[in-house]
Design a binder for this molecule. Structure first.
Ligand code: KG4
Ligand code: ZN
Length: 343
């Protein structure tokens, strides 16, 4: 009988400190310490505060991940860590910690691209996964997070090509900025989602950009939303409180339609019918629902990650590490994190 392969994953690229243990492709722990309360006061992530919080949390989070996995550090076969893209100071905490652990335990170090991790979250096995169905290669993945919006052509686990991306703001940023304009606390995306559930999405129409190819743009929408709210408040000071649900439903609907229009185009032009979503915004209930409509509309198979693998987590870093480990793709101890990082 083959002995199990244990991969420890570490994620610290933005404002979540996370550690996870996978046994093969199966998650056996995934611990996430989130920093929302630290950054809320400032209305967004403060890089220096994020780095310090990662430093405080990294040891307890890794400890807890090993405890919940019921293994000792000596049983780990390899350690996978996010090396970019992300905030430099935040990445340095995870990468330095992983290097020290790899050196101390004499086990391989694996560098992981965070965005690749979001895509590969679809392959994590988990006891609570209802279906074992995973996308077949090649598939399209709409990766939508706080910093990125990409249409990825996924040819294999470690062979991905970005065929479209945002030219300015990311979809998550559009949600967060709209929420900030409405006076909602950071991170606003989940709150817009919550209020949108009780609102009418066709109440306030917002403009959609016309950008060539599979690329996106959200900065124009942000400006028109800001102007619309300012003008409406000038006419009625209580405009936001009186219409919050409808405003949230309308802006959410517009962001989702912008996202879906390019996916439709990508399906038509590539002929690829397996479509996945990934990243923090894939937790959005409107997007989760609308993407499944592509089944009927275009005959696609659609794949939505379980909630715990949408926003930043180390299980997605560990699964990417697992695929690299199986191919013997390791990093060296002179690994340097990168704030920007292509696949
Ligand atoms: O992937 P992620 O956790 O971090 C990055 O890699 O950026 O994504 C965070 C983003 C934030 O912009 C957050 O507002 C957004 O995902 N988000 C949501 C929802 N949950 C998280 N946006 C809309 N609806 C949600 N339910
Ligand atoms: Zn992310």
């Amino acid at each position: 009988m083959k002995s199990p392969v244990y991969i420890l994953g570490i994620e610290s690229s933005c404002d979540e400190t996370s550690a996870a243990v996978l046994c093969g492709e199966e998650e056996i722990s995934n611990v996430i310490a989130n920093q929302n309360l630290i950054h809320r006061y400032f209305g967004g992530v403060v890089p220096e505060l994020a780095s310090r919080a990662h430093q405080q949390k990294i040891i307890p989070v890794v400890d807890e991940a090993l405890k919940q996995a019921n293994i000792t550090k000596n049983q780990i076969n390899a350690i996978a860590v996010t090396s970019g893209p992300g905030l430099m100071g935040a990445l340095l905490v995870g990468v330095s910690f992983a290097k020290a652990m790899s050196l101390g335990l004499k086990i391989p170090l694996i560098d992981v691209n965070h965005m690749q991790g979001h895509v590969l979250a679809h392959f994590i096995r988990n006891k609570s996964n209802i279906s074992d169905e995973v996308p077949a290669f090649p598939f399209l993945c709409l990766t939508v997070s706080g910093g990125h919006t990409q249409i990825v052509l996924v040819k294999d686990y470690l062979d991905m090509q970005i065929i479209g991306e945002t030219l300015d703001d990311a979809a998550g940023e559009a949600f967060d900025k709209a929420a900030k304009i409405l006076g909602l606390p950071y991170p606003g995306g989940p709150l817009i989602d919550k209020h949108a559930a009780d609102g009418k999405h066709d109440r306030f129409p917002f403009p959609k950009p016309s950008i060539a190819g599979f690329d996106y743009s959200f900065s124009g929408l942000k400006t028109s939303f800001l102007n619309f709210i300012r003008n409406s408040e000038n006419a009625d000071q209580e405009f936001i409180s009186k219409n919050l649900n409808d405003i949230c439903a309308s802006i959410q609907h517009t962001i989702i339609e912008i996202l879906l229009n390019k996916i439709r185009l990508a399906v038509k032009e590539t002929g690829i019918k397996d479509v996945a979503i990934a990243g923090g915004v894939s937790a959005n209930s409107g997007l989760r629902k609308r993407i499944t409509d592509l089944k009927k509309e275009l005959g696609c198979r659609t794949f939505i990650p379980p909630f715990q693998y949408c926003t930043d987590n180390a299980a997605m870093i560990a699964i990417t590490g697992y695929f690299k480990h199986m191919r013997g793709e390791y990093s060296t101890l002179d690994l340097v994190p990168k704030a920007r990082m292509p696949f």
